[in-house]
Ligand binder design. Structure first.
Ligand code: SF4
Length: 161
């Protein structure tokens, strides 16, 4: 996206995306993802039947297959240690335990919409990983239970992800 000016560095010398350091910008970009690409569902722990039906239609796959495509296995999801450090740094000022919040929410950074997103959510712009690129292409259900995974995401959510 276009809002990459004013970057701040993290302790490892990485230039952090501004949205990791600016809650207002993060929320603005998240809003764009919701509007343009149906980022959601709002509460991944619920069945969200309508949402998944819509995604299945979008991708022309069965609903159960659509549920396997989440931010957590999207090629645009960045959970590299340096990026997580940027996120923790940005959350640090207002949160007592940024690393706990990142872990509980399975947070990462969306390189397409430039915001902190949760592994258990998805959007229309989901991109399959190339073979050999990080994890396998299919979403790994946390503890074999994606609803539990979603619950963690909610618990860690500060309404920014
Ligand atoms: S592009 Fe990928 S990482 Fe970004 S919100 Fe969509 S599914 Fe999540």
């Amino acid at each position: 996206m276009d809002e990459m000016q004013g970057k701040e560095g993290n302790d490892e010398g990485m230039t952090c995306p501004p949205a990791t350091q600016d809650i207002t910008l993060n929320l603005k970009n998240r809003g764009r993802a919701i509007e343009a690409a149906m980022y959601g569902p709002e509460n991944p722990a619920l069945p969200n039947t309508g949402f998944w039906r819509e995604m299945a239609k979008e991708w022309d796959v069965p609903v159960e297959a659509a549920k396997m495509s989440r931010c957590g296995n999207c090629a645009a999801f960045d959970r590299e240690p340096k990026m997580l450090q940027c996120i923790a740094q940005g959350m640090g000022e207002g949160s007592g335990d940024p690393w706990g919040a990142i872990k509980a929410g399975d947070l990462g950074y969306c390189e397409i919409f430039d915001f902190k997103c949760a592994a258990s959510r998805t959007c229309r712009a989901w991109i399959a990983k190339e073979e050999g690129e990080g994890e396998e292409g299919e979403y790994e259900e946390g503890e074999d239970d994606y609803e539990e995974y979603g619950k963690h995401a909610m618990e860690g959510s500060d309404d920014e992800s």
